[in-house]
Design a protein around this ligand. Structure first.
Ligand SMILES: Nc1ncnc2c1ncn2[C@@H]1O[C@H](COP(=O)(O)OP(=O)(O)OP(=O)(O)O)[C@@H](O)[C@H]1O
Length: 289
């Protein structure tokens, strides 16, 4: 059974598109990356899965239960770090975390202290005196203190300095080793690459690719660069994208039988040719564009 199962999920805010016909599955124990540019629909998807907003059509289940019908029950085993955290400013960090913990059965004090120490969070401080990064840490501790089985992280590292980011990633890896499934939403490719096994790319409300991060890189895309007096249009072939021509160089990405491109090159007099694997960054830019 998949931990998350999303079927043709669509959300419109009035006439404005949130997400459109989104389907995917996340298996137990995965760290699943959800990447896309601003406004692509990442937060909308998470809010639908948490049952915080209602879908226009389609359905989603977590732990095999419908996200809307079983929302309160499912949320007991979920940790959520929203992209923006808002709190009661006057409260002390400790009081806020105790209040959050009171929603879950059991005693979470020891875990609260452990996590706060790890993240360097001062429990006696008032929320209003905290920097943006420290507020983010409150969100991290809050999302983890009840030992959830599934974690939703929405742009979790914004506001954290590099050292804290590393500690945070170590923490997430530890949680994952304990069996926690992680849904990690971000527009920063590097962090998705560091942490995730599989990734879905969302663009303008639609999923355009879901793949293992290694497979994505090994995908058949080749980066081709040809130097010489040559017309770019001569490479206007099926499978060619991102075709550019400047300073006597023709560059493009190619997905297909490499012999087709090789024959086209051989028909011309060229000064140089390079064919290489694109970086993951270039692959993502290709999908974004
Ligand atoms: N409450 C709302 N009312 C109207 N439109 C909304 C609302 N929330 C989101 N949208 C729209 O839905 C689309 C998806 O937004 P969403 O916040 O899910 O994207 P995102 O991928 O999380 O982006 P970001 O990284 O900028 O947060 C956007 O076009 C956004 O303007």
């Amino acid at each position: 059974m998949s931990v998350i199962e999303v079927n043709h999920l669509t959300k419109y805010y009035g006439k404005s598109r949130g997400i459109n016909d989104v389907s995917f599955k996340v298996e137990e124990g995965e760290i699943f990356g959800f990447i896309g540019p601003n406004g692509a629909g990442k937060s909308t998807t998470i809010r639908l899965l948490l049952g915080l907003i209602y879908p226009t059509s389609g359905s989603a289940s977590i732990f095999g239960k419908d996200c809307i019908a079983f929302g309160p029950e499912i949320r007991k085993d979920i940790g959520y770090l929203p992209s923006e955290v808002f709190y009661y400013d006057r409260m002390k960090v400790k009081d806020l975390l105790n209040y959050s913990a009171s929603f879950y059965p059991g005693d979470h004090k020891a875990r609260m202290h452990e996590l706060s120490e790890l993240m360097g969070l001062e429990l006696e401080r008032k929320i209003e005196d905290l920097s943006y990064g420290n507020r983010k840490k409150v969100g991290i501790v809050q999302g983890l203190l009840h030992r959830p089985k599934l974690l939703f992280l929405d742009e979790p590292t914004s506001g954290l300095d590099p050292l804290m980011q590393r500690k945070f990633f170590d923490l997430i890896r530890d949680e994952n080793r304990r069996g926690v499934t992680v849904f990690f939403s971000s527009h920063i490719l590097g962090e998705v690459q560091r942490l995730c096994n599989r990734v879905a790319i969302i663009k303008e409300g639609r999923i355009i690719k879901i793949d293992d991060i290694r497979t994505l890189q090994k995908d058949n895309y080749k980066k081709v660069q040809v130097a010489g007096e040559i017309e770019a249009s001569c490479f206007d072939l099926p499978g060619v994208t991102n075709l550019e021509h400047s300073d006597g160089l023709v560059r493009f990405l190619y997905n297909g039988d490499i012999n087709v491109v090789m024959r086209r090159i051989a028909e011309n007099t060229v000064a140089d040719v390079t064919i290489e694997e694109p970086s993951l960054e270039e692959i993502f830019m290709h999908y974004y564009e």
